[in-house]
Design a protein around this ligand. Structure first.
Ligand SMILES: [Zn+2]
Ligand SMILES: [Zn+2]
Length: 274
């Protein structure tokens, strides 16, 4: 290992349970193995972190070793798959993808977008041979399935902000596809089943971004968001400091981040002026 940090701090089972707020799912992820090969603790830790941003999460065992893991993103479902098998036409072998996230329509369950996440903890990934091999695999997966894969190196997954950046990137990726859905299809709502968004309290924009829970709608499906853990979303990018931190910024006091209350209040003030 030497001086470079090719490692991350791993979650214990109880920490994973706290993160996911779902005991069965936490146990499943914590003990996850494929082909009798136990997944590394760093890998399951990364998977748990990514999933934690899509709470509430549901876990269901179906036939054999198959499971259904679903999360929530605005009024959409995010379906998670561990070790999805993809045929590699170049090597004529099957390769597995660490984590696949599928953004689905909550009524039709049609897939809107799909992205893969790979945790590259093993040192083979940073040898020149390994780097080329990874790129080859990514090319093959994209060619075969249309799915891009985001590769996470341990050095990129140290601080809380770095962990959240992975989520921010996935969210941004999903947003591009959501924007392609015609407006009228995006917001078919009846007053009874929708409530004001518990995170942004209806103000729609927090900091410089649309609210990560309602995706800027200001309202969410009532049944889905019972038990939402708003603590997960604790910092928001300052709208005035998105490119660089301004020392005397009055909104964020030079930190470039706002907490939830600050973000809501700033947006409320802004709405008054509109
Ligand atoms: Zn919201
Ligand atoms: Zn600022």
């Amino acid at each position: 290992m030497g001086n470079n940090i090719r490692n991350i701090q791993c979650l214990t089972l109880s920490e994973m349970n706290d993160k996911l707020n779902n005991k069965e799912l936490a146990e499943y992820i914590f003990n996850f193995n494929s082909k009798n090969k136990i997944s590394s603790a760093p890998e399951t830790t990364v998977i748990a972190y990514v999933m934690s941003y899509f709470k509430p999460l549901s876990f269901k065992r179906i036939a054999g070793t198959n499971v259904i893991i679903n999360g929530t993103h605005g009024n959409y479902i995010v379906s998670f798959q561990l070790q999805e098998k993809i045929y590699n036409s170049l090597s004529k072998r099957t390769l597995s993808s660490d984590l696949t996230l599928k953004l689905c329509d909550s009524t039709t369950t049609d897939i809107i977008a799909k992205i893969g996440i790979e945790y590259d903890g093993h040192s083979e990934h940073v040898t020149s041979y390994g780097i080329v091999e990874d790129k080859r695999k990514d090319l093959s997966v994209l060619k075969q399935t249309g799915m891009v894969r985001l590769r996470i190196q341990p050095e990129m997954f140290q601080t809380n902000e770095e962990k959240k950046d992975v989520y921010r990137a996935v969210k941004k990726y999903f947003e591009q596809y959501i924007k392609l859905i015609p407006r009228e299809k995006r917001s078919v709502k009846s007053g009874r089943t929708y409530i004001e968004c518990p995170l942004c309290e209806g103000v729609q924009i927090l900091g410089s971004q649309s609210c990560p829970v309602c995706l800027g709608d200001g309202s969410v499906k009532k049944n889905v968001y019972i038990g939402l853990d708003i603590e997960v979303f604790d910092t928001f990018d300052c709208p005035d400091c998105t490119k660089r931190t301004i020392k005397n910024c009055r909104k964020c006091r030079g930190t470039s981040f706002l907490n939830r209350n600050e973000a809501i209040n700033i947006r409320r003030e802004e709405l008054k002026r509109l």
